[in-house]
Each structure stands twice: as C-alpha cells, then as structure tokens.
Ligand binder design. Structure first.
Ligand code: NDP
Length: 322
C-alpha cells in the first residue's frame, strides 16, 4: 500500500508518497481501510520538528473508514464496521492501525468524510467550552482564528452554552464565515489591535476567557483582552510557540488564570471519549452543528494541504482522500 511518510523534518517537500507494507493489527488493535483523513495543525508541528515523532514515520492521527482486520483478543469490533479515530498510528495511508480503545463507531447519519472532519477539532472545541472554561450565559469569550477548523466549531458550541462570542480572523471572507457560524462580533486582527477592539466591545471590562490557538503572535494581546481573574486558554501554536514568561506577568495583567490544555487529557477514559463524540454526532444529526469541509486533496497531494493550512489560506477542515 501507499502512505505519506517523512524521513526527516522540514518543509512540506519532506512529505513522501512511499510504498510500505500493509500493517497487521496486534492485540488490542484493529485496521481500517481509510476513506477520509483529517488534516490537523499538529502534523505541521511534527513535520517541522516542533513536536518530535520517530522517523521515518507515517503522519496523521484522524481517520475514518471500515474495519479491514481485527487483532487477536479484540472484542466488540468486526470487519466491515464503520469507525473513526483521533489516535490512528499513521492516518496518511491507505490502511492504518487504530487502538480498539480509541475507535468510535460512526452512526449511519454521518459520512466518513464528515466523521474525519469533525472528530478531532470537534472534541477539542467541546472540551474547551465544556471542561477547560465551562461557558455559561452571561460569559463573553474571545476565539482566535475563528474561521479555522476548531474556530468555526468552537463558535457554534460556545453559542449553544449561551456565551457572547467575539472572534478574530485574518480577512473579510473569513469574517463572513465566522459570523455565519454565530459569532456576535468579529475583529480583523491583521488590521486592528484586537485587544483594544475587545476592550471597546466589552465596555472596557475585557472577556471572561480567551481561546488562543495562534500562540506567539497573540499571546500578549490575549492577556490584555481579559477581565481581572479571567482565563487564558493557550491551546495551539499556529504562529509559533509562546515564549517562556514569569508567573508574575499573570498578576500584573489582573490575577489571570493560564492553562495549556491538550485533547489527549480530555479523552482519558472511554466514557469521556464517547460522551464527547456522541454529543457531536447528535448535534450534526439534528442539524445543530455545521461541519465545514474547506478543502479535499488526494492523499498523495498531502504537501499541498500542508502548504494551504500553513499559509493561512484555508477555512474549516481539510481532508485527504486515499
Ligand atoms: P486552523 O484551521 O485554525 O488554521 C490555523 C489558522 O490560524 C489560520 O487559518 C490562521 O487564521 C491562523 N493563524 C494565525 N497566525 C498564523 C500563522 N502565523 N500561521 C498559520 N496560521 C496562522 O487550524 P486547526 O483548526 O487545525 O487548528 C487550530 C489550532 O488549534 C492549531 O494551533 C492547533 O495546534 C490547535 N489544536 C490544539 C488542540 C489541543 O488539544 N491543544 C487540538 C486541536 C488543535 P487567520 O487567517 O484567521 O488568522
């Protein structure tokens, strides 16, 4: 079979369309024939070397497809069943291994493309809004990169929780999409000082929480956008990692709370994993969650998908199709 591998870290040109053996599932694993792969920013961090993975390695965590083989001792899963996962052992491939404990059954109302489009970013938006800073009516949240994959889902989920949502985006077309998703106010943060805009839009008070996936470029402005004792949620590094800072900075900015969460720690139990995915699939079936697929690329063109995501030129979710 074919898979996209990296042999050394670097730019998108490092993604190679290699011939590799079909993996055999071991105890506790199943294999799927991949129908759709979700592209996530983490793969750019792994490709560039910001996060390290064993090399050579097949990239990709998020995939949906039908089970093609079941490992020894696995119960509850059978060949042909439709599943999705955010823990694939190399999703940029025609077939991939999935730990059975991290497989999620895809309901008949959801296509493989929709499942690969919603699972990772949807569960991220879910834990940010329900677990990291549980939003409630009366809260105001600031969502950066609001027209991105996580951004569009987080706006919709934050609105479900009753919060007022301010979003930042890179251009007017993205502003229209974020508005359509339910954002109350949009700031074009490449043109305007977003912290000043946030203060203006909140009558000088600041927001209760900032969900910041941009990292280095927005860190200080995000702290300046918070009300005293507000919560800074730094959950990504699209512009580069946040540099080290002294805890005293949080005091100076208003006795702020700071957290740097990860999806892995919000899907620790099977109950938590299924709870979050059941909510997402249920909202999709009820027409209450719009999952925007912003682009599809043939698997062998994964480098083009990486270049698009890195260049800030995409909205919603990117998929690779084997
Ligand atoms: P997005 O679709 O949001 O794409 C990234 C967006 O970030 C861009 O479209 C752009 O939007 C904005 N951006 C701002 N500055 C830059 C820059 N210098 N380079 C590139 N993009 C920039 O991606 P995802 O939805 O896949 O992921 C969003 C973030 O969430 C990532 O940082 C990712 O690591 C993080 N994440 C974290 C998880 C966790 O559990 N901690 C889980 C999942 C994702 P604009 O043009 O509007 O500025």
């Amino acid at each position: 079979m074919r898979a996209i591998r990296i042999h050394e870290t670097g730019g998108a040109e490092r993604l190679q369309w290699d011939e590799v053996p079909v993996p055999e599932p071991k105890a506790g694993e199943v294999r799927i024939r991949v129908e759709a792969v979700g592209v996530n920013f983490i793969e750019i961090y792994q490709r560039s070397g910001l996060y390290s993975i064993p090399l050579p390695g097949v990239l990709g965590l998020e995939a949906a497809g039908a089970i093609s083989a079941v490992g020894p001792g696995v119960t509850g899963w059978a060949v042909g069943q439709r599943i999705a996962t955010v823990k694939a052992e190399g999703a940029y491939a025609q077939e991939t291994i999935v730990p059975a404990a991290h497989a999620v059954e895809v309901p008949s109302s959801v296509t493989a493309k929709q499942a690969a489009a919603v699972l990772l970013q949807g569960m991220t938006a879910h834990y940010l809004a329900y677990s990291t800073y549980p939003l409630k009516p009366g809260d105001t949240a600031l969502v950066h990169a609001a027209a991105g994959g996580v951004g569009l889902l987080l706006i919709q989920i934050a609105k479900r929780c009753g919060a007022r949502v301010l979003g930042t985006v890179g251009d007017p077309a993205k502003a229209a999409l974020a508005k359509q998703a339910g954002a109350d106010e949009i700031v074009l943060y490449r043109q305007e000082d977003f912290a000043a805009a946030v203060k203006r839009l909140t009558g000088g008070r600041g927001v209760d929480v900032v969900y910041d996936s941009v990292g280095k470029d927005t860190f200080e402005g995000s702290l300046n956008s918070l009300r005293p004792r507000g919560m800074m949620v730094s959950y990504g590094n699209a512009s580069g990692p946040v540099p080290p800072f002294a805890p005293l900075l949080l005091t100076q900015k208003g006795s702020l709370f700071f957290t740097r969460p990860s999806l892995a720690h919000h899907t620790l139990t099977r109950e938590e994993l299924i709870g979050r995915t059941t909510a997402l699939f249920g909202w999709m079936k009820a027409g209450q969650l719009d999952v925007r697929i912003g682009g599809e690329f043939p698997l062998e063109k994964a480098a083009d998908a990486h270049r698009a995501l890195e260049s800030r030129g995409t909205t919603g979710k990117l998929l690779l199709i084997p």
